[in-house]
Design a protein around this ligand. Structure first.
Ligand code: SF4
Length: 910
């Protein structure tokens, strides 16, 4: 502890939790009131950890100070740290503070350690620090003056970030994979090699791997791939189960296997586990395993350059400097779920991170000065050469639907977390003509609005050379620019509210908004949430406005299509000045044009239907999106009734083999819904079905408690129950809610009390912390509990003591949206709802037991929990209906393992 004390940074420090507030000054730490803390922070910059969180705790949003997390991001960019005192202590190799009142002194020690690192000769992230610090001094970053005496000027001038990043190399196209068969014995042999000598020989995993192997055979018939649906109980080792045949096949055929996941957690796990099969890099330096995400995840260097050169102001400019520090050390430039700390964006402002990615498809490809260093291009090229690409469902589908390179389309795909394929397809293949979407299209065509800053350029600027070389192309650009004036522009929502829309699309959106409000029957109950109404029975004037808007959209699409044709002609018969880079840029522009034309065509189709009979393949509706009583978007929506139809056509049909696997693919003993939700039926493909039961002893290690004396709608009762459950368990509780309103109400009532007992409570939608970081905090502290909504039901992998109880506030009924009503009617009415609820319960239960030694309780607070939902739980799991008091006793004594259930899940149907 001595070295820590000697390294204390003698600045005053502040810590605030739900349990209280502590201030340290002149070597004395004292508890103080919130008002005192705010006054002290206004007087002098205080050391803090996570300023937005401290600000929330103090109820003073303008709080600022010397945030240790910002300092950490400067000193150790691209390094992981859980943003709590304990997490920071681990990251820095310091002792954890024992209690809240020890935190201010710890903050001084942590600051001292970070500053000492800047002085040390072996600071691994020194390169570039001095130059960045000079910029940060100019920006008056609070830490800058503190750091200046400690970061020495390098002897040689530091290279600027864009000169330091590596360039990608052009590589020959990988030949098409050979048509090989892999034998079952080979698969078993490979599996044994990957699991290692001495690993348990799990019969379920071996069978699973053999069955997965069949997916890699060449397809027997064009347009009909092998489809395997594989239910894999938690703990059978499914990842290595499919990686074994994938590795074998890629080795024998020279082909690429794509594994697609839904959550970032699983991506991380796959990256780790693939290391058993593939080396980090090949002899030629290329990588056999590549993680590939949608382009909106990666840092766009051109956006960063723009931000560094004045495109960002105030705090956002400081964020850009810290992101530039990170970019130099990042493994792959992935800003969302990669090695950029998830908390960094929330320390600044939300849009800051998004504005540094390529969200709007504005990339100018070879026209970009950083094209050869671009992280997105690096990832795309690396994946073309990889044996294994780890992607996500949305990317696989978007790539298949509008990928640039057909030759690179995957032929062997494993969809892990396969129960999410349906919803990923649902959003990928949907269309939304909303104000926010339409204004994006306008900006893409016309360019920036007068008052906006930044590098954004319109079509004319991006294709100036084509316009001057090719008259017809130039005329098409002009015509598109003219026609795009019909799209909404800056201030559109305000104009809608005031009833003065400008142009045909705004006029239509105004009518959509008025109709939606006119039909709203929620009586303000759900104020703060979106409202919607069917796109049926619309008034004549609304239909007329829709026809005018459709005409305006067609008038934009027509010149864009012409322009696409001209670009094709320029590529086919290239002028002398068109070099390789210019060609790539025009190819890129042609691709982006096609995508916009498809978008416009989808919008027109949606509008064309408004006056007439609905198309039974689609569900259309009008909606006003709101958040916390603030409207943020208005528009029309179209979803496929069965999104697996386009999925089958776009993803399944071109492939040779596709596997969907998950622990919760089927519904109890029933495969029907899983088969329907695979898309196989649209192709006449007969999916193979496989099932491997979990080896976990649920009967001994888990208990389902259905608490029957908390009435629905009794928020004080609900909050009291949560508080007492968390106390009985001593933390380690994951609380799942179906409504944000109730979550906030419960959190507000119990967080302070629990914190005073040493049981910190974190919450989505309350704490200004991103979801991934919340889960990291929860995992890191066995006394902590976490409340959240849907995203936590399925994306949390917290084995061990940190998660020992899952509580659901009620039966997770689906929200009765228009889309849900339509699918319910088509899918068997209440049986459809039951399937959804069982799937949700099964996913939530799946958070509880992650390893064979895990033990825990699953609690549902529901006076009327129908027995027909019980097959959601693994066979043999004891299910006990009881009062809250009885449940608390069971929770306090831990899982007994006694088989005394009133109903056993396996045969619990009554
Ligand atoms: S190539 Fe595109 S995405 Fe990459 S840095 Fe340049 S503009 Fe950004």
């Amino acid at each position: 502890m001595d070295c820590q004390v000697s390294a204390l940074l003698p600045l005053p420090a502040l810590h605030a939790s739900h349990a209280g507030t502590w201030l340290r000054d002149r070597e004395v730490t004292r508890g103080c009131g919130k008002g005192d803390a705010v006054m002290a922070a206004a007087d002098t910059p205080l050391l803090l950890l996570n300023a937005p969180l401290v600000a929330t705790r103090l109820g003073y949003p303008d709080l600022s100070g010397l945030d240790l997390l910002e300092l950490f991001a400067f000193v150790h960019p691209a390094r992981f740290a859980v943003p709590t005192p304990k997490g920071l202590a681990h990251a820095l190799g310091l002792d954890e503070p024992g209690a809240d009142d020890a935190v201010p002194a710890f903050l001084q020690a942590a600051a001292g350690k970070l500053i000492a690192t800047c002085e040390s000769a072996d600071w691994p992230e020194r390169e570039g620090a001095w130059s960045t610090l000079q910029s940060l001094v100019r920006m008056r970053w609070p830490w800058a003056q503190v750091l200046v005496p400690h970061v020495r000027k390098p002897e040689r001038a530091e290279r600027w970030l864009f000169a330091r990043l590596p360039e990608w190399e052009e590589a020959p196209e990988r030949p098409a994979p050979g048509h090989v068969l892999i034998e079952e014995e080979e698969v078993e042999g490979r599996l044994a090699r990957l699991t290692g000598e001495g690993a348990e020989h799990r019969a379920g995993q071996r069978r699973y791997a053999r069955e997965a192997g069949a997916v890699f055979a060449p397809r027997p018939k064009r347009g009909v791939p092998h489809v395997l649906l594989a239910q894999a109980g938690t703990g059978i080792g499914k990842t290595l189960g499919y990686l074994a045949p994938a590795h074998l096949w890629s080795e024998k055929s020279g082909g690429t296997v794509w594994v697609s996941t839904y959550t970032k957690n699983l991506q991380r796990q796959l990256r780790r586990e693939s290391g058993r099969a593939w080396p980090q890099s090949r002899a030629d330096g290329t990588r056999p395993v590549v993680v590939r995400k949608g382009r909106e995840n990666y840092l766009c260097l051109l956006n960063l350059e723009d931000a560094l050169q004045g495109g960002f102001g105030g705090r956002a400019a400081i964020l850009a400097q810290l992101v530039a520090r990170w970019a130099a050390f990042s493994q792959d430039g992935d800003m969302i779920g990669g090695d950029l700390p998830g908390w960094l964006g929330t320390l600044f402002r939300k849009r800051g991170i998004a504005a540094l990615t390529d969200q709007r498809g504005e990339c100018v490809y070879a026209g970009c000065p950083h094209y050869r260093k671009c992280f997105i291009e690096h990832a795309a090229r690396a994946s073309a050469q990889a044996d294994l690409v780890i992607a996500n469902h949305a990317l696989v589908m978007v790539n298949a639907a509008r990928g640039r390179d057909h030759a690179q389309r995957p032929t062997r795909i494993v969809f892990d977390e396969g129960h999410h394929v349906f919803e990923a397809a649902d959003s990928t293949f949907a269309a939304a003509l909303t104000g926010a979407e339409a204004i994006e299209l306008r900006r893409w065509i016309v360019g920036p609005e007068k008052q906006s800053r930044g590098r954004r350029r319109g079509l004319a600027a991006r294709l100036a050379d084509v316009a001057s070389y090719d008259d017809a192309g130039g005329a098409a650009i002009e015509a598109a620019l003219d026609a795009a004036q019909a799209l909404p522009s800056e201030g559109w929502l305000q104009r809608l509210v005031e009833g003065v829309p400008a142009g045909p699309v705004e006029a239509l959106l105004g009518a959509v908004r008025a109709t939606t409000y006119a039909r709203d029957e929620s009586g303000g109950q759900e104020a703060g949430y979106g409202i919607e109404t069917e796109a049926a029975g619309l008034d004549g004037p609304v239909v007329e406005l829709a026809a005018q808007a459709a005409g305006a959209l067609a008038a934009i699409r027509s010149p864009l299509m012409k322009l696409g044709g001209r670009l094709e002609a320029v590529i086919a018969d290239p002028p002398d000045w068109l070099d390789g880079q210019g060609r790539a840029r025009i190819e890129g522009a042609r691709h982006s044009l096609q995508w916009r034309c498809d978008l416009l065509a989808a919008w027109e189709a949606l509008l064309d239907r408004l006056g007439g009979p609905g198309d039974p393949e689609f569900v259309d509706w009008l909606a006003v999106e709101r958040s916390d009583t603030r409207e943020f978007d208005v528009g029309l929506h179209r979803h496929w009734l069965d999104p697996m139809k386009p999925f089958a056509q776009v993803v399944l049909e071109p492939a040779h083999g596709v596997m969907l696997t998950s622990a919760t693919l089927k519904d109890g003993p029933d495969w029907d819904a899983a088969v329907a939700r695979s898309g196989a039926r649209h192709l006449d493909a007969q999916p193979r079905l496989s099932e491997a039961e979990s080896p976990f002893d649920y009967a001994s290690n888990a208990e389902v408690l259905i608490v029957t004396d908390i009435q629905r709608g009794d928020v004080p009762g609900l909050a009291g129950a949560y508080g007492r459950i968390i106390e009985a368990c001593g933390g380690g509780v994951l609380g799942l809610f179906t409504a944000i309103r109730r979550l906030r109400a419960v959190h507000g009532r119990i967080a302070d009390r629990l914190a005073r007992s040493g049981l910190p409570l974190y919450s989505q939608h309350v704490d200004p912390i991103d979801t991934g970081t919340l889960v990291d905090i929860f995992r890191d502290d066995p006394a902590a509990s976490l409340l959240g909504t849907d995203a936590l039901r399925d994306g949390v992998d917290v084995p061990g003591r940190s998660l020992r109880c899952v509580v659901m506030e009620q039966v997770p009924w689906p929200r009765p949206t228009i889309l849900h009503r339509a699918r319910r009617a088509a899918g068997g009415g209440s049986a459809y709802d039951d399937r959804i609820i069982r799937a949700r319960l099964a996913q939530a239960f799946g958070r509880l037991i992650r390893s064979k030694d895990d033990r825990g309780h699953f609690v549902v607070l529901s006076p009327a929990f129908p027995s027909r939902l019980l097959p959601a739980f693994p066979a043999g799991t004891p299910v006990i209906r009881c009062t809250l008091d009885e449940a608390l006793q069971r929770l306090a004594s831990g899982v007994s393992g006694a088989q005394e259930s009133a109903e056993a899940a396996a045969d619990g149907m009554t």
